[in-house]
Ligand binder design. Structure first.
Ligand code: FMN
Length: 312
């Protein structure tokens, strides 16, 4: 699972907090890319294609910046204005970011108690991040709670110590690392692989068709060696035929599985070796290629939208 950090600090050389957070994340997270957009685009002319490519290759996108005037620095706003374009992030074909995780990670100068109705900043931090939350929703992304720490300004001899700011930056890193680790364990690829194993184990014992239909979408296209069937009824019809032909305790071995995300669903290509004995006592050996189109539901389950089996 790849993570991308869009680092937006207008003066990184003088940064304590954001610089430290970016450096530590690189050391602690695998498959982690940082794009320091201020040094990439000091003239504010964003290379939209390069940015969109980087976004498409990532599963999780973290926006890392100092909280400036209750908002993001101008370079990041420019980046959004250019990169979250029509038919990329929104519009009839604008689903290129669908399902990707969206995390705002910023450092706040003011103390926590100032961000309350009676404090001098009046509003909660989450009130200031609403436009970004809606941006993520419009792009069909998975908006996660923003990650931030207060009291991140260090003014020598006046406000804070450098050590205290660094300690809080490390806490912010830890929160992000924990979020990424948790998402990695919920990684759709792992979910689909585990599902495929379970699915074929149920075929081995010729489980009740209720198990299989649980994972088949209503109206799903099912193309088996025996012909084409549709949805739950179609599956049950085909499966009754199989059950009357072969004995339980057969074997399905997954030789290879390849999963590609495609606009909110997944294309799964499998090679499966099957050994079975027919009711008549004949031994059957079959190699098949299967192409599945699946989605992961909100509660994290696999749903089969299309199931195509081809003998090889
Ligand atoms: C131009 C500017 C605007 C700022 N606006 C805010 C603000 O609205 N609220 C706040 O709490 N801190 C504000 N700060 C403080 C920054 O949030 C703080 O300096 C930054 O998070 C420290 O991170 P760094 O060490 O990476 O620069 C502002 C600082 C600057 C320079």
């Amino acid at each position: 699972m790849k993570s991308l950090l869009i680092l937006a600090h207008p003066n990184l050389d003088e940064s304590i907090a954001n610089k430290r957070i970016a450096e530590q994340l690189v050391n602690q997270v695998e498959e982690f890319e940082v794009r320091d957009i201020m040094s990439l685009y000091p003239d504010f002319r964003i290379n939209v294609e390069a940015e969109q490519t980087a976004l498409q290759e990532a599963d999780t996108i973290i926006f890392q910046y100092p909280f400036w005037w209750y908002n993001m620095p101008a370079i990041l706003k420019q980046w959004f204005d250019d990169v979250f374009a029509f038919n990329f992030a929104f519009g009839p074909e604008g689903d290129k970011l669908k399902g990707k995780n969206f995390i705002l990670s910023f450092t706040v100068g003011g103390p926590a108690d100032s961000y309350s109705p009676l404090g001098y900043n009046h509003f909660k931090i989450e009130d200031f991040t609403k436009p970004m939350e809606q941006t993520a929703y419009l792009a069909q992304m998975n908006y996660l709670p923003p990650v931030f720490q207060h009291g991140m300004v260090y003014i020598p001899g006046v406000y804070n110590t450098k050590e205290a700011v660094e300690e809080r930056a490390d806490k912010q890193v830890q929160t992000l690392v924990n979020m990424i680790t948790k998402m990695q364990s919920n990684n759709p690829e792992n979910t689909i692989k585990a599902f495929a194993k379970e699915w074929f184990a149920h075929f081995d014992v010729l489980a009740d068709d209720g198990y299989f239909n649980n994972y088949i979408a209503n109206g799903a296209k099912l193309q088996f060696v025996e012909g084409e069937f549709i949805g739950h009824e179609g599956f049950s019809e085909w499966y009754a035929g199989i059950k009357s032909t072969i004995k339980p305790n057969n074997e399905h071995r997954i030789e290879s599985i390849n999963i590609v995300a495609n606009n909110g669903h997944f294309e799964v290509d499998l090679s499966v070796k099957m050994k079975a004995e027919t009711i008549a006592g004949e031994l059957m050996q079959l190699n098949v290629k299967e192409n599945w189109k699946v989605e992961i539901t909100r509660d994290g389950r696999v749903k089969i939208l299309e199931y195509i089996v081809k003998p090889v």
